[in-house]
Design a protein. Sequence first.
Length: 256
Amino acid sequence: MKCANHLEADAVATCIHCGQSICSDCQVQLKGENYCKDCSLVKAGQAKKANHSVALAAILSFLIPGLGQIYNGQVRKGFLIFFTAWLVIPWVIGIIDAYSVAKKISQGTLEAKSRPGCVIAFAVGVVILSVAFFLLLLLAAIAIPNLLRARANANDAYAKAVVASISSAIESYRIDNNGNFPSSEASLAEAKPPYLDRYYNNKELSGYDFKIDLYTGGYRILAQPRSCSITGSKIYTMENGKVFSELECQKNKEEQ
């Protein structure tokens, strides 16, 4: 018996799919069964279709946007969906698309470009990015409170220095004016030379609100943080240059 494709060659087997006699050059064995070359390609295509899971494509796209497209062999589309998934709608469309395309591949109406390496690399990349993002969040959770605390401490020191500076300016004015206290902050800021380099009363500076009360027999300076524990942590009070108090601020209900 001669080979159906090579009439000069003796047949060594019969293709179990088409029944043709085949020589050793035409013979292809798949799982111990004999096929001619044409039928082996058909058999391999059928196996490829059977191995392409529609459900898996949809699940991959649901878990990681774009991964179902990469599983289907559409790498560029997969990356496009991944980087636009934060808009949500592309993510949802991607799940439906992955399912639809995988179904066409399993039915044989669309050829799948097998790229398992891309799927693995993409999945590993997403995992690495997720871990990196988590670590950044962890570092931010540690660093931000420390930065806020450092800023509050710096504001505390500034406010304390300002209270002392205002008190010193008032005392200097009193000495220069026969023991009389200034009647207004303008008397300090508009003097020649000025006792204060600027106005502080009812002003917010470095997270602190300043209040200066001037009266005939003395004065009272108050500095308190605009937002307790965030812009500052102390309340400073100076009365008549003699009584200085430093208290911890308390968050009010609105801030809490």
